[in-house]
Design a protein around this ligand. Structure first.
Ligand SMILES: Cc1cc2nc3c(=O)[nH]c(=O)nc-3n(C[C@H](O)[C@H](O)[C@H](O)COP(=O)(O)OP(=O)(O)OC[C@H]3O[C@@H](n4cnc5c(N)ncnc54)[C@H](O)[C@@H]3O)c2cc1C
Ligand code: SF4
Length: 502
């Protein structure tokens, strides 16, 4: 067996790419395994037809849903993982998100760490991922100092909308955005193909640009692409992983290391542990709690568009406005409803994926007069919302969204707001049970090994040299984008590993 490494990191997205960069500062010999390849920098990066019609960068892998029906998950396998396609809205969770919070549909459980524990790592994460924002304008903002970079200014059309929101008594704030030198020569162009598109000029703060590439500048870090971890092999005691079985360019090889960090994303990390069942772990590796794959969450998300036939939307970069007035409750509800943010511009081809028979020119005319938003609510961890694998190792995702009434109330509020802003019509669209972009929660962390898979440092309770560092550790999903919290926890776990294991 090949064992020239101290640490193997499986996956190079928000969790894996970040922890690779942080551990690169140690003397450890690190191998990053990535099942995909790097996204090429090419004209198609910004071509809506290539990205949305031909699905150029999307996985072709099919998953099964709870009924056993195949579907194409909205996920990407490659260097940087899904961060290559993210909108780079990089939020801290609210202080209350770390505590137990009562929702319309039940209780969102407390985290084993509080906001203050993660705060210094949020600071570091924001610097590492170039987060631009404005301190002090968001009514739900947790205690914090100024952002490392000034907010991205609102385009004139969005500034007018912000004024309109204030006139409605709301408290709009700047979205925190991870962009590299926006508006400056050689930096981010503030274009209209950001969210869901890779950045052709590498000006988006993604895990390749901010994590993997700087990590690889160190001689102790090696990246294998086209290297898919098939399973983890435990030693005879079952208390240690001794090898990773990898399919690399068509061959199967085994590679060992003192420490293994699983960072495949919430669905694939759980699937990998389930596929790694053995004598001492018949129900899956590190699964003495029976919770591996369970408590899957993905947010309730509705894309919304305010439309006015006589108002052409001239804004190019639209993704700068947040509304958090309903985060902890609404006018008719004492329960949290969620978060609203402006989105990148919808292109006709994107809209056409919803109703394919309408010609793209009609959609183009429509979306040219629309302003795009996203309403997002917390879903709650339920044990029967889970990832399983079938006899062939195929992923099956059982997910029944919950907390729907809270989300419906949020969408209702957003609709009212858009009508008050003068939009004639408000369109909505949701992926509901097929939502995988904000997947989290399948290996939740906690202090009690019967109630969690990972300890508060993301080490598995059952297997001493096995960590999971990606979105899987979330005990609750909160209602803001997850990326910065994954990055901050990866930095925290890296500090811990360097202090205790390396
Ligand atoms: C279109 C889109 C927009 C988004 N916008 C935002 C946003 O604005 N803000 C935000 O915070 N979040 C956003 N997200 C969500 C965000 O991208 C994810 O939460 C984040 O990337 C998850 O990080 P991760 O480390 O858990 O997994 P990923 O980033 O998905 O990384 C997992 C990696 O593991 C690799 N992998 C999987 N299985 C294996 C295996 N068996 N062997 C080897 N490698 C493997 C994958 O190829 C991938 O590189 C968005 C997501 C999408 C798809
Ligand atoms: S140039 Fe800026 S706005 Fe355009 S894709 Fe790159 S990071 Fe996003």
């Amino acid at each position: 067996m090949n064992t020239p490494y101290d640490v193997i990191i499986i996956g190079s997205g928000a969790g894996g790419g970040t922890i690779a960069r942080a551990l690169a500062a140690s003397a450890a010999r690190i191998l990053v395994l990535e099942r995909g390849t790097a996204v090429p920098q090419e004209a198609d990066n910004w071509n809506p037809e290539a990205v949305w019609k031909h699905l150029r960068y999307r996985t072709t892998e099919r998953w099964l849903d709870g009924h056993g029906e195949e579907f194409l998950p909205y996920t990407h396998y490659g260097v940087g993982g899904n961060t290559k396609f993210w909108g780079s809205v990089l939020y801290r969770l609210r202080r209350e998100d770390f505590q137990s919070v009562e929702h319309l549909d039940g209780v969102s459980p407390a985290w084993p760490i509080d906001y203050d524990t993660l705060e210094p790592y949020y600071d570091r994460a924001e610097r590492l991922y170039h987060v631009h924002g404005q301190h002090g304008s968001d009514p739900t903002e947790p205690p914090r100092g100024p952002f490392p970079y000034a907010p991205v200014p609102h385009a004139p059309g969005m500034a007018a909308i912000v004024d309109g929101l204030r006139r409605q008594g709301l408290h709009p704030s700047h979205l925190p955005l991870g962009l590299i030198r926006p508006g400056e020569a050689g930096g981010c162009l503030l274009c209209s193909t950001c969210n869901s598109f890779p950045c052709r000029i590498h000006a988006k703060s993604d895990a390749e640009v901010c994590g993997v590439a700087p990590a690889l500048a160190n001689a102790n870090v090696t990246l294998w692409t086209n290297a898919r971890a098939l399973r983890l092999v435990a030693d005879p005691t079952g208390k240690k992983v001794e090898a990773v079985e990898v399919e690399r360019n068509g061959d199967t090889v085994r590679v060992g290391a003192g420490l293994v960090i699983v960072s495949c994303g919430a669905v694939n990390s759980a699937a990998l542990l389930l596929r790694s069942a053995g004598d001492k772990h018949p129900d899956g590796l590190a699964n003495s709690s029976g919770l591996v794959g369970r408590r899957y969450m993905a947010h309730l998300a509705t894309m919304m568009q305010g439309f006015h036939p006589l108002r052409k939307n001239e804004t190019v970069f639209q993704k700068t406005v947040a509304i958090n007035d309903f985060y902890f409750g609404g006018p008719d509800s004492k329960f949290p409803l969620g978060h609203i943010q402006s989105q990148g511009r919808t292109h006709g081809v994107m809209a056409q994926t919803v109703v394919p028979w309408i010609p793209v020119w009609a959609y183009d005319a429509w979306v040219a007069r629309g302003v795009d938003w996203l309403a997002m609510s917390e879903d709650l961890p339920r044990e029967d919302n889970r990832v399983t694998v079938d006899a062939h190792g195929r992923i099956r995702l059982h997910y029944r969204p919950n907390n729907l009434s809270a989300h419906d109330a949020l969408v209702q509020q957003a609709t009212r707001i858009l009508h008050r802003l003068g939009f004639w019509k408000v369109m909505t669209h949701s992926h509901r049970s097929k939502n995988t972009t904000h997947q989290c929660g399948t290996l939740c962390f906690g202090t009690d090994p019967r109630e969690s898979v990972l300890d508060p440092w993301c080490r598995t309770h059952d297997v001493a040299n096995l960590f999971a560092v990606d979105a899987s550790f979330f005990p609750s999903s909160a209602a803001v984008n997850p990326g910065l919290t994954i990055v901050a926890q990866a930095l925290r776990v890296a500090d811990h590993i360097m202090a205790t294991d390396l």
